[in-house]
Design a protein around this ligand. Structure first.
Ligand code: FAD
Length: 475
């Protein structure tokens, strides 16, 4: 009898009878790829080039029925499964070795209801897909800052972007989800229907089922917004950070900002004399009228003399794509890890500057995400996301291409975050959690007081932990 070797959900290797695969194929309408298919190697790629995983099956779902068939196939045959939306998660949880990748990236249907300002978007959409369709009507669903990111993983972890102060996180604008459960049932969840599940998916990640469609509330934004992006020399860090802090403490909700410490890359967009220079960029976006935006953001552009200044009015969709070229698919190694900070006083700034100014690889980016406005006015217990009451999300975003540097870079990020512990109330953002290498301790730290409630939800909706390739909440 013909068989294929597969990895089970408990990590064992077993033989799967070919007839089981044939039955599944007969009930699956999208492409079902294995290593013999020509496009297998291209399709299995995920964003982080550090992961070279080879699933036994890539089930490229074309709709809800396919997702149900794939979940049933995985569960009934105890096959290790992972779910891919945009494939961005740096931990590589979208893929696996020897199991089934349930791939939603072909499911990109989007329907905007302009009158009611809502949108339904399928689980394979990227932020760019969503912005493109909603901007037809001058509307936006709050998402993140790199447009190639999948809306699924982004939203399920929280979704923090350029509209967080004015309109909150992605989950704060989520009205409902369509999901396929571990039992292979299609269900709907919102504030009134399966409300416990709706609470859990707003921050609890991919632990509870596969979201086939997200319904978001939309807001009028654009077509033009105002960008503030002066590049100051790293040597002036203390002054620039202190002024930025003061500015953000008093800024209107229209302004969301990430203080970024970066290296000017050797590309023609930047003057060659500054290539390789470590810089500070108080990147800010004003989402209101452009004339107002330019006036409001002006003080951030005059803190000192910028080496480069990219500030000015910019189309919303271009803003969302601005950083895309620096985060290419599968070509670079990525390791992003975060913690929350309460203050940016002198002591905290002194702890940040030396390490941020001298990273082991040039493209390592240090981001200090200001938290405030709409996202922090929501009660911490209203969703599973934690961190609304901190003032900053501090993230060490490592990007490099030399595999020989893996160990040094990852140790740098871990040590940096360790150094920041005295300044942190604890916790981290699950979407920036490295490889989740601390296991349960990391998940507990990320969810704090909500952890026990999430465990209860996991027991209810996925007691066998079918959905385990994620920042896993163990049932
Ligand atoms: C370059 C870059 C920029 C980023 N910028 C931001 C940002 O600005 N703001 C922000 O908040 N985050 C940001 N992130 C983090 C990002 O939100 C997470 O990596 C997120 O997991 C990506 O979602 P995805 O669908 O692309 O990921 P995938 O790797 O496809 O999925 C990640 C996990 O999400 C779950 N999942 C995916 N799809 C589904 C689904 N349909 N149903 C149920 N579970 C699912 C699975 O558990 C999967 O393992 C960024 C990441 C990168 C690499």
């Amino acid at each position: 009898m013909q068989t294929s070797k597969i990895t089970t959900s408990s990590g064992k290797i077993k033989n799967l009878e070919e007839t089981r695969v044939e039955e599944f194929k007969a009930n699956f309408s999208g492409p079902l790829l294995t290593h013999v298919d020509e496009d297998y190697d291209e399709v299995r790629k995920i964003w982080n080039g550090m992961h070279d995983k080879k699933p036994a099956f890539i089930a490229r779902c074309s709709g809800v029925a396919d997702v149900i068939a794939a979940v049933n196939f995985a569960r009934e045959n105890e096959i290790l499964s992972s779910v891919r939306g945009g494939g961005h998660n740096v931990a590589g949880t979208a893929s696996n070795d020897g199991g089934i990748m349930i791939d939603l990236s072909l499911m990109k249907g989007i329907k905007v209801d302009a009158e009611n300002r809502t949108v339904d978007a399928q689980g394979g959409c990227t932020m760019a897909d969503l912005d493109r369709e909603t901007q037809v009507f001058g509307l936006v669903a709050p998402s993140g800052v790199v447009s190639t990111t999948g809306i699924a993983g982004l939203t399920l972890g929280g979704g923090i972007g350029w509209l967080r102060k004015k309109h909150g996180l992605s989950i704060d604008n989520l009205l409902s989800v369509d999901m396929v459960t571990a039992e292979g049932k299609a269900i709907h969840a919102n504030e009134n229907q399966n409300a416990d599940l709706f609470w859990a998916v707003r921050g609890g990640g991919g632990n509870f089922g596969i979201v086939t469609s997200f319904e978001y509330r939309l807001h009028p934004v654009g077509p033009m917004v105002t960008l503030c992006a002066p590049f100051y020399p790293a040597e002036e860090a203390k002054k620039i950070l202190s002024v930025w802090k003061e500015f953000m403490d008093n800024s209107p909700d229209e302004v969301s900002s990430n203080f970024t410490i970066w290296t000017i890359p050797p590309v023609p967009d930047f003057p060659s004399e500054h290539h390789g220079r470590r810089v500070l960029i108080p990147v800010a976006v004003h989402c209101g009228p452009v004339e107002q935006g330019e006036k409001v953001l002006e003080p951030l552009r005059n803190i000192s003399t910028p080496l480069v200044d990219l500030s000015g009015p910019i189309p919303w969709t271009a803003m969302q794509k601005m950083f895309d070229p620096f985060f290419p698919k599968n070509e670079q190694h990525y390791y992003f890890k975060s913690t929350y900070l309460n203050n940016l006083d002198d002591e905290t700034i002194d702890a940040i500057i030396p390490k941020a100014s001298n990273p082991p690889q040039p493209m390592i980016l240090i981001a200090i995400w200001h938290i405030g406005g709409a996202m922090s006015r929501i009660d911490d217990r209203a969703t599973a996301f934690t961190g609304r009451k901190s003032n900053y999300l501090f993230s060490v975003d490592c990007i490099w291409d030399d595999p020989g540097a893996d160990e040094e870079v990852i140790s740098y990020a871990r040590n940096f975050l360790k150094d920041m512990e005295p300044f942190s109330p604890g916790g981290l953002y699950v979407n920036f959690s490295g490889f989740g290498e601390e296991g349960e301790a990391l998940v507990k730290s990320a969810y704090g007081d909500s952890y026990e409630k999430l465990v209860k939800m996991k027991r209810k909706y996925d007691p066998e932990n079918i959905f385990r390739m994620n920042q896993n909440i163990k049932p």
